[in-house]
Design a protein around this ligand. Structure first.
Ligand code: NPG
Length: 368
């Protein structure tokens, strides 16, 4: 694929309601969109970094700098590039997985569009619908949480994930479990908020029949997770700790997790995400597709990824209206508890230029 122009656009999408995790509260979602054009095709990518380095060390101002000053010039210096070469081309640069993933996604979209192939087909997925779960942020009161969960259940979400943190865990989980009944799929996500000293407290979550507890300890603490996993009946899932397929193998072999959250941005792209899926599948470890409040661009790609056979647990791929009033693509809609997978060429979504411009707060364009 030859690339002639590259454009970065920072968009800011107001959230339908504030999203609170153990890292803080977001009122808007800010994302860098990458747009490539070549003689035969064009492609879009999305960087899932946030405004501040709270989830991981990456953040948008840094991603913007590394993309515009280093990654894009390196890409343009090649005569042409295939999506499968992007990671290698950028490998001299350490880290910045989310920025790399955005560029690789745009190249993939352009390349597959030119070839008339869908991302789903390319990745090896199958099926035209995905039954997702919904991630529910921390609320001021447990009553409010129970009401929010009830509303999402009524909309048709078959699995609920609750954000927890010290001081907001056992009681909310108990109340939501009582509201949902014993058979409902329920899981929790701590985003690294606990320490090894909390093992006994976390073991009390076993009473609630959870699908899994996600990333209770710090991202580097694989041994702590292994210790915790031995102590808990609830399966331990890792998110922030897993940065590559090799890392997933190490974590699994240490017993640090028995489930893996796959997020392409955290892993440096959809190709590494597929490699993590393949590694976990070969080890008999279930995976599910994480979410990072993506616009329709990233959401389309996540839906395709979530149709791979190892994704046996529902992912965080909610309908657009769960997060945004206005998106940069047509909205994704939940119908009868599932969302349609885009199956057109590339990502299979049309990006609305006018919406991108309306939501844009910064842009940059360069030519070969
Ligand atoms: O449905 O897209 C979604 C959000 C799911 O809770 C969710 N994501 O820690 O997994 C997470 C969290 C997140 C959101 C992390 C945004 C980083 C950025």
């Amino acid at each position: 694929m030859r690339i002639d122009t590259v454009e970065l656009v920072l968009v800011e999408l107001p959230l339908v309601r504030p999203f609170r995790t153990s890292h803080g509260t977001d009122l808007t979602r800010e994302a860098i969109l990458v747009h490539l054009e070549g003689p035969d095709s064009e492609g879009w990518g999305e960087c899932v970094a946030g405004r501040a380095p709270l989830y991981s060390p990456e953040f948008n101002a840094a991603a913007w700098t590394v993309l515009s000053e280093l990654f894009v010039p390196r890409l343009l210096a090649t005569g042409g590039v295939a999506a499968e070469d992007v990671a290698r081309l950028l490998s001299p640069f350490k880290g910045h997985a989310m920025a790399k993933a955005a560029l690789e996604m745009a190249v993939l979209d352009a390349e597959l569009t030119a070839a008339g192939r869908s991302l789903q087909e390319y990745l090896g997925g199958a099926g035209d619908r995905v039954a997702p779960g919904v991630a529910v942020g921390i609320t001021d009161t447990v009553e409010e949480l129970v009401a929010v969960v009830a509303r999402y259940r009524a909309e048709g979400y078959g699995r609920v994930k609750l954000k927890i943190e010290p001081g907001f865990d056992l009681e909310p989980v108990m109340r939501v479990r009582a509201e949902l009944g014993d058979d409902a799929m329920l899981q929790v996500d701590a985003n690294t908020a606990y320490s090894r000293a909390d093992a006994e407290h976390l073991a009390r979550l076993d009473a609630f029949g959870l699908l899994l507890v996600e990333q209770p300890l710090g991202e580097e603490d694989l041994l702590g997770h292994a210790e915790l996993a031995r102590r808990l009946a609830t399966p331990v899932c890792l998110d922030e700790s897993i940065l590559s397929a090799g890392g997933a193998r190490v974590a699994i072999s240490l017993g640090a997790c028995s489930v893996v959250n796959v997020k392409a941005g955290r892993l440096g792209g959809y190709l590494e995400a597929k490699a993590v899926h393949d590694a976990c599948r070969s080890l008999g470890v279930p995976v599910w597709c994480g979410g990072m409040l993506e616009t329709g661009i990233g959401r389309a790609a996540n839906l395709a990824l979530a149709t791979l056979p190892g994704f046996t647990l529902p992912g965080d791929i909610s309908a657009t209206n769960r997060y945004f009033h206005e998106d940069v693509t047509d909205p994704f809609v939940l119908e009868d508890g599932s969302i349609a997978v885009p199956r057109g060429p590339g990502l299979g979504v049309e990006v609305h230029r006018r919406a991108v411009e309306r939501l844009s707060t910064r842009s940059w364009r360069t030519r070969r």
